[in-house]
Design a protein around this ligand. Structure first.
Ligand code: 2AM
Ligand code: CA
Length: 267
């Protein structure tokens, strides 16, 4: 059963995806130019956000919209707000790496109640509604069942050049390489969180994010039976701008590993 709001969110994402996909085809041919596809991608991002805003506001004109590319649109309905990211994983997109997503979440009275994340390249659509479970291409998702961190594959994100906290991330890498089976840094938080929800990744954490990177993912993970909160235990990761996520067994082990990393001398 798909609710009207979920139907709307999926339709908006699929509409924006058509342009995003078309532009992605162009991006790989722009790699050979010295300047690269930077401006082209910025433009693709902006067009996609415009499409999302138009589609969502056409059906829900009173709702607010918070997104990456434009200023927040304050709706007349104070209880509802869409949180959108037209391309999460922009750096991957710019390098023609097919790990990025279009994502929309709906917040009701400060709580995420619906989320859609779509990778147009793999044609995988993740969706969740509060109390109704989380799905990938309509198949129920469930977080991984591993119990020992040493057997687990975990993901995080590494800051690009010019971004902050390089030393902190290096310390985390050092400890996590010792305490887990392996680490990935794939470049899209929205997708990482869906991958935790469906058990491809056993856990994930990430600092220095924005609400739109995580909004849909938080619900996906919770509806898939997982746990997610801010890196310092905050109940709402959208307010802390960072997150840690896994199942009930691994989460304390991941937190202990990150605490160990904090004690390492800066390198
Ligand atoms: P974006 O691609 O929409 O910018 C990469 O590890 C993840 O972190 C992506 O989901 C990326 O979202 C997000 N992110 C948020 N702020 C970022 C920043 N300043 N630089 C790079 N990635 C950032
Ligand atoms: Ca993003």
């Amino acid at each position: 059963m798909t609710t009207p709001i979920m139907t709307l969110m999926i339709a908006a994402v699929r509409k924006a995806a058509r342009g995003v996909q078309r532009d992605f085809g162009e991006v790989s041919s722009l790699q050979i130019s010295v300047k690269g596809p930077g401006d082209f991608v910025t433009n693709a991002d902006k067009k996609a956000e415009k499409t999302l805003r138009e589609e969502l506001l056409k059906a829900r004109p009173a709702y607010g919209i918070l997104g990456e590319e434009e200023a927040e649109h304050k709706g007349t309905d104070p209880d509802h707000r869409f949180i959108i990211d037209p391309i999460d994983g922009t750096f991957n997109y710019m390098h023609a790496l097919p790990y990025f997503a279009i994502t929309i979440a709906l917040e009701r009275k400060g709580e995420i109640v619906a989320g859609v994340t779509y990778n147009p390249i793999t044609d995988e659509l993740f969706h969740a509604e509060k109390g109704s479970g989380a799905f990938v291409n309509n198949k129920r998702m469930r977080v991984a069942g591993r119990r020992e961190l040493v057997d687990s594959l975990v993901a995080t994100g590494l800051p690009n050049r010019g971004n902050k906290d390089h030393a902190e991330r290096r310390a985390e890498m050092m400890i996590m390489q010792l305490r887990t089976a392996g680490i990935r840094a794939m470049g899209s938080t929205a997708l990482d969180m869906c991958y935790v929800a469906c058990g491809r990744l056993d856990g994930a954490w990430h600092a220095n994010l924005n609400p739109w990177d995580m909004a849909a993912g938080v619900l996906m993970i919770r509806e898939a039976g997982g746990f997610v909160h801010g890196l310092n235990g905050e109940a709402n990761p959208l307010l802390s701008n960072n997150y840690i996520a896994s199942n009930a067994d691994l989460l304390p082990q991941m937190k202990a590993a990150l605490a160990e990393a904090k004690k390492l001398p800066a390198a």
